[in-house]
Write a protein of this length. Sequence first.
Length: 133
Amino acid sequence: MSVASMRSAGVMAAVAILTMGPALAASPAGIWEIEMKDSRYRVELCGPAGTDLCGTLIWLGNGADSPENLPYLNTLLIDHASPTGPGQWEGDLHIYGQSAAGTIAQVSDDQITLTGCAFGIICKSYQLYRYAE
C-alpha cells in the first residue's frame, strides 16, 4: 500500500469515528435488582439540576427481609451521587446502616456497578441488573 493510500485510509477512518458520535445509553432511572436477588432499588436522577443519582431500597426478599434489615426499606442506598462522566457518578452509599464513599458506573443499559470503599482501602463491588416485572 502506498503512503498516499495509507493517509487516505487514515483520514477516512478518522472521519468515520468523528461522525459516529457517542453511543446513547438508556437512562439509569428504573428498578434495579442486586446480583444476589435479595433486594431491589428505585434509581432516579435527582438533585437541583437533575443530574445526580439517587437510589432507594424498595424491596427485600429471599432471606434479606429480616427484622434487622427491614428498617432500611425506603432509605437511600445511593445518596445524591454527582456525575463524573457519561454514565458515572461518585457519592455516598448507605448499605444497611454502613456508609462508604462510592462510585457508580452504568456499564450497559441493563447493568450498574456499585463500588464502595470504607476507610479508603476496604472496597467491595456489587452488580445491579435492571429489573423487569
